[in-house]
Design a protein around this ligand. Structure first.
Ligand SMILES: Cc1cc2nc3c(=O)[nH]c(=O)nc-3n(C[C@H](O)[C@H](O)[C@H](O)COP(=O)(O)OP(=O)(O)OC[C@H]3O[C@@H](n4cnc5c(N)ncnc54)[C@H](O)[C@@H]3O)c2cc1C
Length: 361
């Protein structure tokens, strides 16, 4: 019997698998497809990401340095309100490569990682959890003391053990235009209901266009309007769900949810790569597979880690729906150099940020 079975080899699952294996736990990871595919993510992350991957992978994964964002209240030709730092704020990275690298780290630490294994059922018993998966050799069953549901926004594990859903699942669409683009700024358009559309320069990989909206708000049609406005031809497009607002409970008898499955995302961007990996480190630190009560420690500990930033993130997102004149006044007042860390909106109230906003700067 394994100590942990991790369902899903995305950033959250692989990070947890690595950290648990490094603590000498027996870990099996089951991934439904090939790791990293299909792509459904911008891979736009703060520099914190580099703490989670080996130094040797950095050059391979890095695509472009970003210094800030130009906010727009209209389309491609509308006035831009720049928010920036003098130093690099974030990177566009190869997201497929990131997933492969993290899974490799888990393997190197001793975790067994099996691709092409789709988990179809999870049952929780008094002495074990049983995980059923369809793989190349047919249906197989595996036993573990604890199951980690790191299987993304539409988590099968979550529904199997009867845990509640996140508050919202936005529909994100993105596409790529291949002309190399190494600009310093991403563009953010507050032109779709309740969220935003974006353009990300990705260096040699070209430029990415995307947006996210509620499922009823026709993301594909809005995406077509966005790329038409920019006058670009999109070569490759993809889509995915973005959970916003964690479920009320993320643990059951022998199972815990992690990453998107647990709604561990930034409410104002939908970004979840770093929040999921931070929560994975919390899980590895507090969970003891022989003591089920530690699942409840995890429930509190990951919320303690992310709650403040998620709360402030919700407030920032509310700003996307303010009347245009209020948004215009706010942008004009706050545009310029910023001190805030993109994964930690709580730094909005830091000394660095106040200094950046001071009139004498
Ligand atoms: C359009 C879009 C753009 C985004 N852009 C960004 C961004 O720029 N920056 C950022 O930080 N975040 C971004 N995100 C969010 C980010 O992609 C997620 O937060 C992140 O992938 C969550 O990681 P995870 O490991 O929890 O889940 P995932 O990455 O979704 O991994 C889950 C894994 O589980 C596997 N799986 C699913 N079901 C099963 C099953 N039944 N059995 C076995 N395996 C299964 C899947 O194949 C997958 O590999 C974006 C999301 C979207 C949709």
């Amino acid at each position: 019997m394994y100590d942990f079975i991790v369902v899903g080899a995305g950033p959250a699952g692989s990070r947890f698998a690595r950290a648990a294996a490094e603590r000498d736990h027996g870990v099996l990871v089951l991934e439904s497809g090939a790791i990293g595919e299909p792509l459904a993510c911008s891979g736009h992350v703060s520099l914190d990401v580099w703490a989670f991957v080996p130094e040797t992978a950095r050059e391979r994964l890095h695509q472009n340095d970003i210094y800030g964002a130009r906010f727009h209240l209209g389309g491609a030709d509308s006035r831009a309100y720049p928010f920036y730092k003098e130093t690099v704020v974030s990177n566009a990275i190869d997201r497929v490569g990131l997933d492969r690298t993290l899974a490799e780290c888990a393997r190197d630490a001793g975790a067994e990682v099996r691709e092409q294994h789709t988990v179809t059922a999870v049952t929780e018993g008094s002495d074990r959890a049983t995980v059923t998966a369809n793989g190349p050799d047919g249906t197989e069953q595996f036993a573990a003391k604890v199951v980690c549901g790191a299987d993304g926004p539409r988590s099968k594990v979550r529904s199997q053990v009867g845990l509640p859903e996140p508050d919202e699942l936005l529909h994100g669409v993105l596409g790529f235009e291949p002309t190399p683009d190494s600009q310093d700024f991403v563009d953010v358009h507050l032109t779709v209901p309740g969220f935003f559309a974006w353009r990300i320069p990705r260096g040699e990989a070209g430029a990415e266009y995307g947006l996210a909206v509620s499922p009823g708000d026709d993301a594909p049609a809005r995406f077509e309007a966005l790329v038409e406005d920019y006058g670009v031809d999109i070569e490759r497009r993809c889509s995915g769900a973005i959970p916003i607002g964690p479920p009320d409970r993320t643990v059951s008898e022998r199972t815990f949810l992690l990453g998107d499955a647990a709604g561990q995302t930034k409410p104002f961007t939908g970004g979840g790569i770093l929040y999921g990996m931070r929560a994975a480190d919390v899980a590895a630190r507090v969970l003891d597979p022989d003591r089920r009560s530690t699942l409840y420690r995890y429930e509190h500990a990951w919320r303690d880690e992310l709650a403040r930033d998620q709360r402030l993130g919700r407030l920032i997102r509310a700003g996307y729906s303010l009347p245009k004149p209020v948004q215009r006044a706010g942008m004009a007042a706050f545009a310029g150099e910023i001190g805030v860390h993109m994964d930690r909106p709580s730094t909005l109230f830091s000394v660095d940020q106040l200094r950046a906003m001071a009139p004498w700067r």
